[in-house]
Design a binder for this molecule. Structure first.
Ligand SMILES: [Fe+2]
Length: 214
């Protein structure tokens, strides 16, 4: 079957919402406050445009993967929203650290590793955001237990595992201050190499199949 190729990276938030959430963007507006989410994303765009762009890309990839896994529409919607703000805590981290071209010091690493916790803190006042917490808190967990909080395998919610693989792929498929962008082939090689250690092995083949759209 011919796969329709889509522009990558994502061009803007509005087009992304239309593309990945065509019918749900209108039906589920009561579940999440999209105005607050949009405002948080605007702040992120000003503070660190690279993380904003990354968030849009991860939302698209996560929604594609959730759909590929056959999850219900409401969960696809929730995962897309969670992916959009998975790194929102980085608005409180200095761009000099986020963009540092050389190796981070131990102290700087400790600061970076706080971003999931900061993200939860930023959303704590919103009751509607509670379902998004696992995606923000656990997207750096690895199934082998070597992630930020050392959760393993089944302890990590599926929604966070989906964002984890989309996040890692987009990080590799983008230019970073400390290294050039990898090719699609190199990225997929890394994803396969880390199946069962960094990534849930049940997500690897479905993820590889969705990247045919890029
Ligand atoms: Fe992150």
């Amino acid at each position: 079957m011919l796969v329709k190729k889509i522009d990558f990276p994502v061009q803007n938030l509005h087009d992304l919402m239309e593309e990945i959430l065509p019918e749900l963007a209108h039906q589920n507006t009561n579940k999440f406050n999209l105005k607050i989410i949009t405002n948080l994303l605007k702040t992120l765009k000003i503070h660190h445009p690279g993380t904003y762009q990354h968030s849009l890309n991860v939302a698209r990839l996560s929604a594609w993967l959730a759909r590929e896994l056959g999850l219900p529409q409401t969960e696809i919607f929730e995962i897309a929203i969670g992916a959009l703000i998975h790194d929102i805590g980085k608005i409180k981290i200095a761009s000099s650290i986020l963009d540092k071209p050389s190796k981070l010091t131990d102290e700087e690493w400790q600061i970076i590793k706080k971003h999931p916790k900061i993200g939860i803190h930023l959303l704590a006042e919103y009751n509607w955001a509670h379902n998004l917490y696992p995606m923000i808190a656990y997207h750096h967990e690895r199934v082998d237990g070597n992630g930020y909080l050392r959760l393993t395998g089944e302890e990590i919610p599926l929604c966070a595992k989906i964002i984890c693989i989309a996040d890692a792929f987009d990080a590799m498929y983008s230019t970073r201050p400390y290294r050039p962008k990898l090719t699609l082939t190199q990225c997929l090689h890394e994803i396969k190499k880390n199946s069962g250690t960094q990534f849930d092995q049940d997500l690897v083949e479905p993820f590889i199949s969705i990247t045919a759209k890029i």
